[in-house]
Design a protein around this ligand. Structure first.
Ligand code: EPZ
Length: 456
């Protein structure tokens, strides 16, 4: 299941060649959620017994997380989209920088390692192309639970305070509903002494999926999905089998691609209420949406310009802001796209304008005037979700586009081009022996501008 780890430089010489003005039709199968599978892998550190994860997507981020666990001494058996994880022989070691680099989710292991083993050492996750990505909420929450944290030379060392042999439940109020911080603290509190309440907790479906699996393992977690979560610490967590929820961001990406090409498609399996903010916006912009059990079908009637403002769940997800912006480039009228979660998540705007879109950007607000046509060209994506946006733009555009920077796409979309091909898009992955220099293709930012930091 775990796809071959592809060397970054090799990926830079790959591209997706897309023949524009495409149409989609048929049914597309939605994979397991990347942002759920990653945190469930971290949670498997909380037990000495076997964890079986089903419906795990085959992505480079999952491969990286698997390598991190193996480096800790975890035994990982991969059977297609199923992972068997056995953490009974863990030896806590400092995780090498190159393993953790580029995968922020690896930092979420800190809560599990600390509460299970009394200590944890992890490199700082650092920033990435979409923002600084601080971890103050993770650190403050762990300190409130009784951890001693030392950050030196880029390494975070956490241990239990004094002679304590456990973390202690407490009340934590997050300054912002951080998904990762909520997940780190839920894992830490699951084996702490006593009750922990997390106020202003993230309500994302992936946080709820984590709580579902932890409760299967014997945890006592209440009100996940609400803004105040209660965790009564237990002494031990057991093994279990858990199926990862469908990926709502992949699902939303396909619905947006269908609306952009006036195509009717069905996506399945999905959990419809995970996508409500997105389906509501697509209906507002002129598509009919029908829901049947775990399937959603979209019938675009027209494409009206609508405004979106990203927000924590159940608001419009920041991870679909870039794909939705690509959609609005050809909508009738003027739309306003406001990104409120990350400070640098508008990297795609510059490129969409190069393709002929009419977008004015003022900090994190994009004002879009719909145009009749955009034109295909060679483009390089700079982060995971902008790569999906550029692919949608390539499918809409007149002419051929080549999208580079597939190391970002392959982090978060399983078999993306094959799924698009099955839906009727003329798209294929080209491998070039020669490497190419920046001047041969438009890049979305000068390398100097892109802060030397790591993937989202
Ligand atoms: C998770 O990142 C997701 N990643 C992101 O998906 C997603 O965009 C994000 O949640 C928001 O939904 C994974 O789950 C692996 P946050 P996370 O902590 O947890 C600030 C993708 O494309 N903040 O909810 O890192 C932070 O700066 C990725 O799949 C602090 O200030 O996001 C940001 O402005 C990208 N202090 C806001 O909270 C902290 O300690 C939301 O970040 C932590 C976060």
């Amino acid at each position: 299941m775990i796809c071959e780890s592809i060397k970054k430089s090799y990926l830079k010489s790959q591209n997706l060649k897309i023949f524009g003005e495409g149409k989609l039709s048929g049914i597309v199968e939605i994979s397991g959620a990347k942002n759920s599978a990653l945190v469930l892998l971290a949670a498997s550190l909380l037990t000495n017994e076997r964890i079986i994860l089903e419906n795990v997507p085959s992505l480079t981020d999952i491969e990286k997380m698997g390598n991190i666990l193996k480096n800790l001494g975890v035994n990982l058996v991969v059977k297609r989209n199923q992972l068997e994880i056995d953490s009974k022989n863990i030896a806590i070691k400092e995780l090498p920088y190159e393993l953790v680099n580029g995968l922020r989710a690896s930092f979420f292991c800190i809560g599990a390692l600390l509460t299970k083993f009394g200590e944890a050492k992890l490199p700082l996750p650092g920033g990435c192309n979409i923002g600084l990505r601080p971890i103050d909420e993770h650190i403050n929450g762990l300190k409130a639970l009784g951890a001693e944290i030392l950050i030196k030379d880029g390494i975070v060392k956490a241990k239990l305070k004094g002679k304590k042999n456990r973390l202690f439940g407490t009340h934590i109020k997050l300054k912002c509903p951080s998904v990762g911080a909520t997940e780190t603290l839920i894992m830490a509190a699951s084996l702490a002494e006593g009750r922990t309440t997390i106020e202003n907790a993230a309500r994302e479906p992936e946080v709820q999926d984590l709580c579902q699996m932890l409760n299967k393992m014997g945890a006592k977690i209440y009100d996940s999905g609400k803004e105040k979560i209660i965790i009564d610490g237990v002494n031990k967590l057991n093994g279990c089998t858990h199926k990862v929820i469908p990926d709502r961001i992949e699902a939303g990406t396909f619905l947006i691609a269908a609306a952009a090409t006036s195509s009717s498609i069905t996506i399945s399996p999905v959990i419809p209420n995970h996508l409500e903010a997105v389906t509501n916006k697509l209906q507002e912009s002129g598509s009919k949406i029908t829901i049947k059990g775990n399937s959603i079908t979209i019938y675009p009637k027209e494409l009206k310009a609508v405004n979106i403002k990203t927000a924590p769940f159940p608001g419009f997800p920041t991870d679909l802001q870039a794909p939705f912006t690509a959609l609005m480039t050809i909508a009738n009228g003027e739309s306003k796209i406001t990104e409120t979660i990350f400070e640098n998540r508008m990297n795609h705007i510059h490129l969409l304008n190069e393709m002929g879109a009419s977008i004015k950007l003022n900090k994190n607000v994009a004002y879009i005037k719909g145009v009749k046509k955009i034109k295909g060209m060679d483009l390089v994506a700079s982060d995971l979700r902008s790569s999906a946006a550029l692919i949608i733009a390539g499918i809409i555009a007149k002419g051929i586009s080549r999208i580079y920077g597939l190391e970002h796409l392959d982090r978060g979309y399983e078999n993306f081009e094959s799924k698009l091909k099955i839906l009727g898009i003329k798209i294929n992955r080209e491998f070039k022996k020669r490497t190419f220099t920046e001047k041969e293709y438009k890049i979305d930012q000068d390398p100097e501008d892109v802060p030397k930091c790591r993937a989202a």
